[in-house]
Design a protein around this ligand. Structure first.
Ligand code: FE2
Length: 135
């Protein structure tokens, strides 16, 4: 399935939304590369680009939360979800390196991403936008 950014995913903070759009494009490229059976090296390149982009993105969000004096409990919960993301990411990377053509892997990647969109972007990230609007 193709992943596209929609208004529904907007958290109402331009910098976050723009980076989410870019991230979704990279993820979509990654899934396409896996589904289309591209070479392992080519897929690894997309993965390492994605990794760098996610690092930049998480760090931007975390700095923003500090700057706007986001409530500490919510900030810690948010950061915990970012940490959890890396755990899932690393597990998927190990699975990918074992068998990059595994249909089960593609299914897991989809599940992890759908969960990320529904729970992290639509709840946790949106809550930053709500906090900024209420200030
Ligand atoms: Fe986040």
């Amino acid at each position: 399935m193709a992943f596209k950014w929609t208004e529904e995913l907007s958290v109402g903070v331009e910098t976050i939304d723009n980076q989410h759009k870019e991230l979704i494009t990279i993820v979509d490229n990654l899934i396409r590369a896996i589904v289309n059976g591209r070479g392992k090296d080519e897929i690894e390149k997309v993965i390492s680009f994605l990794k760098q982009y996610v690092e930049t993105h998480f760090s931007m969000e975390e700095k923003l939360m500090e700057r706007i004096r986001y409530p500490k409990d919510k900030l810690l919960e948010h950061e915990a979800q970012h940490t959890q993301f890396w755990e899932n990411f690393n597990e998927l990377l190990v699975a990918f390196r074992k068998d990059h053509k595994s249909p089960a892997l593609i299914k897991t990647v989809n599940t992890v991403l759908i969960d990320w969109y529904k729970n992290h972007i639509c709840k946790t990230d949106k809550s930053i936008g709500e906090f900024i609007r209420k200030r």
